[in-house]
Ligand binder design. Structure first.
Ligand code: HEC
Ligand code: HEC
Ligand code: HEC
Ligand code: HEC
Ligand code: HEC
Length: 189
């Protein structure tokens, strides 16, 4: 008698666990497929991708299911999102594609503890008050400002987020501050 009950309890626990996994998988897949809403205008000026020290592709790596925050972890508490330490890359690349020249160069950077000299893409004019932190706290997504990053093999400035009109356009639509002093401290340096 007791053993039947235990059996049933065990079986229903197993069924529930299986359901939880199935649900989690559905949500994980949904989260990845959720369309990204860019909230700033496209960058209508020419925006060739700068030459980078390594042929790193967001398309390839985001398709693996890696979250942006795996590699850009800073912005929740600081102005800058920053770039990943080469050690983060080597968690995979000490094994994956280790024979390719690009990965051998990556391994050289990692071994020398040198930061990889990535060419910058998005930059606000010096002297403008900018920080990722209040934006992430307010729940603004990466894609609202940086667009469809998961589709880029070569990072380029596809959106106009660094232009004053784009900052102000979103501040107006989201009822954030638009007073000059929000973003400028005159006299500027
Ligand atoms: C596996 C690590 C990794 C992941 C995951 C990743 N990135 Fe990156 N990201 C990089 C590296 C390396 C660079 C510098 C090289 C380049 O610009 O392509 C970079 C550059 C960028 C830049 C340009 C920075 C500049 O110079 O202005 C943006 C914007 C960016 N990433 C956004 C994202 C977003 C949004 C996601 C998630 C959809 C994401 N990244 C996921 C590694 C990553
Ligand atoms: C979760 C594992 C993972 C992480 C972390 C990761 N990569 Fe990759 N990377 C891959 C996979 C998988 C491929 C595709 C390999 C293939 O083409 O067979 C790849 C491909 C590449 C390639 C192209 C290799 C070539 O020449 O064909 C480069 C360059 C690269 N990664 C750089 C980076 C850099 C830089 C970082 C850190 C910012 C990084 N990767 C982090 C898994 C990863
Ligand atoms: C409200 C708009 C906005 C949002 C949201 C946003 N960014 Fe940015 N991002 C910018 C601007 C503007 C810059 C240029 C900053 C500068 O010049 O210092 C930038 C720069 C960067 C850089 C270059 C390095 C750095 O730290 O400045 C990376 C990487 C980056 N963003 C990734 C991300 C990721 C990943 C997310 C989501 C977690 C995100 N951004 C969310 C506007 C945004
Ligand atoms: C996609 C929408 C969006 C874009 C684009 C955007 N912001 Fe914001 N910004 C916000 C929101 C939302 C807040 C948070 C407001 C709050 O917490 O009340 C914010 C807050 C700020 C703050 C903190 C000051 C305050 O009043 O709390 C500064 C500074 C700021 N933004 C500067 C900028 C600059 C500079 C740019 C352009 C380079 C920019 N923002 C682009 C939505 C945006
Ligand atoms: C939400 C942020 C934000 C607000 C509010 C804002 N600006 Fe700006 N402003 C910027 C950014 C970002 C740039 C740099 C644009 C670029 O690099 O093209 C800029 C550039 C400028 C410039 C040209 C460069 C310079 O600084 O000399 C002037 C002038 C200026 N702003 C004046 C103003 C005035 C006046 C106000 C108030 C009516 C104002 N801004 C409000 C973000 C803002």
């Amino acid at each position: 008698m007791t053993s039947t009950i235990n059996h049933r309890a065990l079986r229903s626990a197993a069924v529930m666990a299986a359901c939880a996994v199935a649900l989690w998988m559905t949500f994980a897949v949904r989260a990845q497929q959720e369309p990204i809403t860019q909230e700033v205008p496209d960058n209508y000026a020419a925006h060739p991708a700068p030459e980078q020290p390594l042929p790193y592709s967001h398309r390839t790596h985001v398709a693996l299911g890696l979250a942006c925050e795996t590699c850009h972890a800073g912005g929740q508490t600081t102005a800058q999102m920053g770039f990943p330490d080469p050690g983060t890359c080597m968690t995979c690349h000490s094994a994956i594609a280790a024979d390719r020249p690009s990965i051998q160069l990556l391994a050289t950077f990692a071994a020398s503890a040198e930061t990889i000299p990535w060419a910058r893409v998005y930059e606000v004019l010096p002297g403008v008050t900018w920080s990722h932190q209040p934006h992430l706290t307010a729940g603004v997504s990466c894609g609202a400002c940086h667009g469809q990053v998961a589709q880029l093999d070569n990072m380029a400035m596809t959106t106009s987020v660094t232009a004053m009109a784009s900052c102000i356009g979103c501040h107006e639509s989201r009822a954030a501050n638009t007073a000059c002093a929000t973003c400028h401290a005159w006299p500027m340096p």
